[in-house]
Unconditional design. Sequence first.
Length: 460
Amino acid sequence: MTCEFYLRHFFGFMIQFGLCVILCLIPFRKKGFRFPGKMMILIFAVMTLADSTVFAALTGWLFPQMGNNIAVFGNFFMLAAVLVFALLYFRLIRADVTEKLMVIMLTIFYAATQYLLVNLITPVLSESESQELYAPEYLFLFVLTAAVLFPVMAVFFEKVVSPWLCEIGMDNIRREFMPVLLMTVIYLALIVFYSSWMSNREGIYWWLIIPPFLLTTAILFIYYWRIFWESVRRRRDEEYRRTMEIQSIQYKDIQRDIENTRRMRHDMRHFLSGLYQMLQNGETERAISFLEEGIQTVDGTGTANFCRDSAVNALLRYYVHLAEEEDIHCRVKAECEDLCVSPVDLTILFGNAMENAIHACGAISEQRWMNVQVGVLGGNFIVQITNPCRSVRPSGRYRLNGEFLPAEAYASQNKGSGYGLESIARIAEKYDGEAGFRYDAVERTFTTRIIIELHEESFA
């Protein structure tokens, strides 16, 4: 075997397998790596280079002996490489199993589509009957199709798949996953069927096989497009609903303040008239007592203002009111000006954190309380909420030792929902911040701490 033979098979395998590895890593590069990004890239790069080198060496050694059957070896080696990658992938990526399987299914769709295009075009462009796995014309088509498909898929994984995994709930992902898995398996089965007829790519077999391939490709493409388009629509609807919720809270507060002001002006007129009569009649002590009572009445009216950011203030008012209706004593300390954080994101943060706190207090018969601290320190917006908590459900990924842990340390308390901690963490990471959650088994308290870096462009 010549040096050219080994190089062609090395780069052919690298292009076909290595680009798929990159696609699988893109959706989780911001928060899913168990090790620093450079170390993760090094691990998978070494694995890909090693696989490509071994593949080229074994192919050169076996090709003279196997001849036409070398494709069988190529398929088995590719399968073994995928299994090794899957073991590393599921070990080194911190995400739900369904999320990782969904990304792998999408990557397989890319790889299968590329393989399909290469095999459909090869008989048209070349009449060569070479049995090499990466003959020159075959390698050229892999390079060409990768140059066209990979940039599109990379942008798709970055701009669509990654946000989709962050925003969509696990229940929706699991519900959508089984049809995707089934259709992808059917797609692969068709390609395997086509590969078994490689010697009959001419004549009637060629025209019989092309339509089902193209139809299946179109169906899968439409199905994937529908899933992600629908998720974007649902996310926009949710953002609109939350924005309207904030505006509704603010509008009710303004109405309440206007009504209180109108009532106070009416009462003040009668109050001053009564006070004037007492002073005119020389009833000084009675006037002083009447004035003190009036001051206490004024102090007890009006709506609480926690901070100067309208969205945060409205959210605190709303959830403190909900907590007080559940006989939960709230201690709130909030000091912040207008924030460059989306009101929608603030609603997600405070909504999940304070609803979790109210829910935890609801399971306790006595000493219901909630401490909320909100402020800006060192260019960071910080929220810390502490409340009593009877128990939590650890996920088993971390040991609960009283320290702040990531969201995946805790399992959902509710069947079918309750992924509030993950939503909080993802919003914090959106602003280059972090969210930590601590359960104190001795004090029986749960603390949510959110840190968001304030950047002016974050509001856009």
